[in-house]
Design a protein around this ligand. Structure first.
Ligand code: HEC
Ligand code: HEC
Length: 498
């Protein structure tokens, strides 16, 4: 009897607090019902401006188990998955998982290389005399995206309208998928794995040659010690040398933040459970496993912010340099501060359930604040040709660079979204790239800063643009600016000055 009274009180309480309807069934059991909510009578589907039949032109996602390969052109697919929720159980025993990938990986990687070679001409050509900020790694020449034969040249392609390019299937800059989207997660480049074999995956490798990725290890510049140049003197900062490198230069609080950025923690697939993609159990990864020396090594992953997994966008690791100037962090999540980013970055693919099952990582506020505070010290590389207003100093720049600057602020329209000290507007924009190919729209993406841009290829959120010359061809099409060859080359020379 007493228990029943309690139930009645509970229902009354819910009624008051949540407005939930509760009633007693004939057998004395209670059931909660949520009100169904309003709906539009005779609801009609709309294409919301995408064009009639747009969604029907996309394919339905294939039904894949963890580990199975997907089509590389995953942008042609759309729709809903079976569930938003993942499971920490592997689809098979770890031994079988290993054997499965031992067989699949060589075949997959052969096809990945073939696919990448069909999209890009990785010819190894460099821009003579131009190096990244550590002054060791040459900057690669481009554009290297392969054009379909019937497109002719980039200049001929740029004469066509977006509709014509789409109809004839001529667009060279379609999205780039993660090569193994059903497992997804972080993929480290070859040079990183050579130094850190514990991050070599059993199932998939990076698909770019190291020559087209950032220098490794990259230089590190501090806002507080401009006079010291590259603070690391060509070394990778690790848990074993950070104290020696930074003692006497930063505060104890910043030192703690740096240590946290270097400390490995478990992730969905790098951990000590059998739900992993390394042969041996793993301690996990640290922030600097991807953002090495506060910059980037070109590791990629899938953005955690959508479902099904096959709809998630591939994202390249952005630099942490100059984050002190940004109000928008992450390509789609619009995270508003560095310490908040450190707090929520959990490497669990947006799945708190998986995190609890595999390796909870619950940093306290003061710890993530310290991580953010160290991040705030990471400066852009030097740009000796820019004056305090971010304009070229005429006596230091050559004619081509000066012409490039004129294009940037004029015909190229770049400065409409890339301006200020970091050459970024801190907004998200929908570039409507789907105007040029049949595929699922990617929606608004944040503008990335261009300060120090020569150091962080490949470009765009998914790295589909291997060189700066490719980004210029890309924007020339997207913005329909119709720049000529000379203007595009000048713009390229200018971007190297930033
Ligand atoms: C896969 C390797 C990887 C690791 C490990 C990693 N990141 Fe990142 N980081 C990325 C990628 C990829 C993005 C872009 C994410 C997006 O666009 O949604 C990113 C974005 C960021 C950004 C936003 C930068 C910008 O320009 O928008 C910050 C800040 C950041 N990471 C900090 C951290 C911190 C702090 C950690 C450790 C807790 C960490 N990252 C660990 C790859 C990594
Ligand atoms: C309408 C706003 C807009 C204009 C105009 C614009 N951009 Fe961008 N830019 C963006 C956005 C948004 C991104 C990120 C898009 C993405 O990742 O999908 C971006 C990315 C880039 C990147 C890649 C950055 C990185 O870290 O990967 C480069 C390089 C770039 N823009 C150069 C240019 C140049 C050169 C011009 C002029 C020819 C230009 N942009 C004009 C908005 C703009």
């Amino acid at each position: 009897m007493r228990a029943k009274n309690k139930n009645i009180r509970l229902v009354l309480g819910s009624l008051l607090i949540f407005g939930i309807v509760g009633f007693q069934l004939a057998d004395g059991q209670f059931q909660m019902l949520q009100s169904p909510g309003a709906s539009v009578p005779n609801y009609q589907e709309s294409d919301y401006g995408l064009g009639s039949g747009y969604v029907d032109s996309l394919k339905t996602y294939p039904d894949l188990k963890d580990g199975e390969r997907q089509p590389f052109n995953i942008w042609e697919y759309a729709g809903r998955g079976k569930s938003s929720f993942g499971s920490p159980e592997l689809p098979m025993k770890f031994d079988e998982w290993l054997t499965f990938h031992k067989k699949q990986k060589p075949e997959l990687m052969k096809d990945v290389r073939k696919y990448m070679d069909s999209r890009y001409d990785f010819n190894g050509k460099t821009i003579p005399g131009k190096f990244m900020s550590g002054e060791r790694k040459p900057i690669m020449a481009g554009p290297i995206a392969k054009l379909p034969k019937k497109a002719g040249s980039f200049e001929e392609l740029a004469v066509l309208t977006p509709e014509e390019i789409k109809e004839k299937n001529l667009f060279p800059y379609k999205p780039l998928a993660h090569p193994l989207q059903s497992v997804a997660h972080m993929v480290f480049p070859g040079n990183w794995n050579k130094a850190h074999p514990e991050h070599l995956r059993i199932d998939v490798d990076h698909d770019f040659p190291d020559t087209y990725l950032p220098e490794f290890p990259p230089a590190m510049f501090l806002t507080t010690h401009k006079e010291l140049g590259d603070i690391t003197k060509g070394r990778e900062v690790t848990l074993s040398n950070y104290y020696e490198i930074f003692n006497g230069l930063i505060t104890p609080e910043q030192m703690e933040g740096l240590k946290e950025l270097l400390k490995p923690t478990p992730t969905t697939w790098f951990n000590h459970t059998p739900h992993r993609v390394t042969k041996e159990p793993s301690a996990g990864v640290s922030c600097f496993s991807c953002h090495v020396n506060g910059h980037t090594n070109g590791a990629f992953e899938l953005a955690p912010d959508s479902r099904p997994n096959l709809a998630r966008l591939r994202v390249e690791t952005p630099t942490m340099r100059g984050n002190y100037n940004l109000m928008q962090l992450a390509s789609k999540r619009s995270v508003r501060s560095m310490d908040h980013f450190a707090e929520i970055e959990e490497y669990f693919d947006g799945d708190p359930g998986m995190q609890q099952a595999i390796g909870p990582r619950s940093q306290k506020r003061e710890v993530t604040n310290r991580m953010g505070d160290f991040n705030a010290l990471l400066d852009y590389p030097p740009a000796p040709k820019l004056n305090p207003l971010g304009k070229l100093i005429a006596s230091k720049a050559n004619e081509q660079e000066l012409l490039g600057e004129k294009i940037f602020y004029g015909k190229g329209k770049c400065s409409q979204c890339h301006y200020g000290p970091a050459f970024v507007d801190d907004y998200m924009h929908d570039l409507q790239v789907e105007r040029f190919y049949t595929g699922r729209p990617e929606g608004p993406i944040k503008t990335f800063p261009l300060r120090g841009i020569k150091d962080s290829p490949p470009y765009l959120h998914d790295g589909r643009l291997p060189t700066l010359a490719d980004t210029i061809e890309f924007f020339n099409l997207i913005l329909e600016t119709k720049m000529n060859k000379e203007e595009k080359e000048a713009l390229g020379a200018y971007l190297l000055c930033l």
